[in-house]
Design a protein around this ligand. Structure first.
Ligand SMILES: *[C@@H]1O[C@H](CO)[C@@H](O)[C@H](O)[C@H]1NC(C)=O
Ligand SMILES: *[C@@H]1O[C@H](CO)[C@@H](O)[C@H](O)[C@H]1NC(C)=O
Ligand SMILES: *[C@@H]1O[C@H](CO)[C@@H](O)[C@H](O)[C@H]1NC(C)=O
Ligand SMILES: *[C@@H]1O[C@H](CO)[C@@H](O)[C@H](O)[C@H]1NC(C)=O
Ligand SMILES: *[C@@H]1O[C@H](CO)[C@@H](O)[C@H](O)[C@H]1NC(C)=O
Ligand SMILES: *[C@@H]1O[C@H](CO)[C@@H](O)[C@H](O)[C@H]1NC(C)=O
Length: 383
């Protein structure tokens, strides 16, 4: 803070000096001299008012700018510009508060090209990133990318990768605990700072796209509902995880379970990041063996906006092998037939119509799958 104030002051003084000397040289007449006095008085007044602003703390909330404020006209272009640098110094409370800003006039007074924010929740490396690079190629105006990795991890993407510089300020995550939902909210909040992001997709380092970008963009943008998995599952892994202390906010028939890998529109994303009603209950009363990332968002959104949810996830995962973790696919699983089954041999509802295209993404894929996927992506996925 201190150093920025100093630069602001330094930037201001040379300007005032140069105005003063230029003016006295060019306009010597008495009338103009008295106008000059007025000008100097004006400058002195503005300096005083800047000092006063600073004293009452206004300066500290003015977004960073290296020029004196009376020289920078506010423009819409600057207010709606996507942040070019994802690093910031806001902590979570500040970030969530800032991200919860919502315009009250529905119509945008500019041409807004809505984007999909692809949010990668990872431990560290993104071994399948070359496949994603290929997937995104040529669609630059229609997507944004955000990566949350464990805080000690330093990525080294080359400048030609779409993932270069896309890391957001991250914190420790423990799988299956509230810190996981915190990370998801952090991703959403950072993505909400870009007003062009309209849809938000959560992915992991083991996810791949199953279609080309235009198909995925069309499927998501034309859907009337958001793809949050949410089912009322009986038995120990569903209702069995409900805790009676969740009352009165959540009763047993409102309790939902769903895959963590969601897609929401902007309104629901804001609902998720602004929540203070359900958060404390889930934080306290949904701890392992209640896995909060499978219950918090599905339950909250089902209570608040049941009609805006598809109640299914867009991300394919194979639990058929049993156990606590889904199947991981490697080099030997990759074949045209394997993807044909995932992509087409299904049945689900899309905008009230039955469809066989239920999944846009799939997991989990091992790094060994990268080579055959890259080689055959146009054959498998059409990109
Ligand atoms: C963020 O910083 C503010 C001001 O220092 C503080 O009041 C707040 O508790 C902090 N929030 C978190 C989550 O650390
Ligand atoms: C990033 O680091 C890994 C090892 O940590 C290395 O194998 C890889 O080549 C590096 N990638 C780039 C783009 O520098
Ligand atoms: C749960 O709450 C809903 C909405 O308030 C209500 O309609 C329903 O009857 C309640 N169910 C139970 C089991 O209490
Ligand atoms: C999703 O489930 C809710 C109830 O939990 C229901 O109201 C809603 O209609 C369902 N959505 C679809 C698309 O069927
Ligand atoms: C991928 O493409 C290569 C070259 O066309 C081919 O030899 C290989 O069999 C394909 N792999 C799969 C899994 O289809
Ligand atoms: C995307 O895939 C669809 C269906 O496979 C195809 O018709 C379309 O041409 C592809 N789009 C691009 C830009 O490659």
């Amino acid at each position: 803070m201190q150093s920025r104030l100093v630069t602001i002051e330094e930037g201001k003084d040379p300007t005032t000096n140069s105005i003063r000397t230029n003016q006295s040289r060019v306009f010597p007449s008495r009338l103009l001299r008295s106008m000059l006095v007025l000008l100097v008085a004006g400058i002195v007044l503005s300096i005083i008012s800047i000092r006063m602003n600073r004293n009452i703390g206004l300066r500290s909330i003015v977004p960073g700018t290296q020029q004196p404020c009376f020289q920078v006209p506010i423009s819409l272009r600057n207010l709606i510009k996507a942040p070019s640098n994802y690093m910031h110094s806001m902590n979570d409370s500040q970030l969530l508060w800032r991200a919860s800003f919502v315009p009250q006039i529905k119509e945008y007074p500019f041409k807004r090209l809505p984007k999909i924010a692809f949010m990668f929740l990872t431990r560290g490396p993104l071994p399948l990133s070359p496949l994603w690079d290929k997937f995104f190629e040529g669609n630059e105006r229609l997507y944004s990318i955000y990566v949350h990795s464990l805080p000690h991890y330093v990525s080294n993407f080359s400048t030609s990768s779409v993932f270069y510089g896309r890391q957001i300020p991250s914190q420790m995550v423990e799988w299956g605990r509230m810190s996981m939902c915190d990370a998801e909210r952090r991703l959403l909040a950072n993505a909400l700072l870009d007003i062009s992001n309209e849809w938000f997709v959560l992915l992991s380092e083991a996810c791949i796209p199953l279609h080309n970008f235009s198909i995925i963009y069309r499927y998501i943008s034309r859907s009337r509902v958001s793809f949050m998995g949410a089912v009322d599952e009986l038995g120990p892994y569903g209702r069995g995880r409900y805790d009676i202390n969740m009352l009165p906010e959540v009763n047993i028939s409102q309790w939902r379970k769903g895959s963590q890998w969601f897609e929401t529109n902007r309104n629901l994303a804001v609902d998720i990041i602004k929540d203070t009603k359900f958060y404390p209950k889930f934080e306290r009363f949904c701890r392992p063996a209640c896995y909060v990332d499978e219950h918090y968002f599905p339950t909250m959104l089902t209570i608040q906006s049941p009609n805006l949810l598809a109640n299914r996830s867009l991300t394919y995962v194979d639990w058929s092998r049993g156990g606590a973790h889904p199947a991981t696919f490697g080099k030997n699983d990759i074949s045209k037939n394997f993807f044909k089954k995932i992509r087409e041999d299904q049945a689900c509802i899309y905008n009230n119509q039955p469809t066989s295209v239920c999944f846009l993404f799939a997991r989990k894929f091992a790094p060994s799958a990268l080579e055959p996927l890259l080689q055959n992506s146009s054959n498998f996925f059409g990109f």
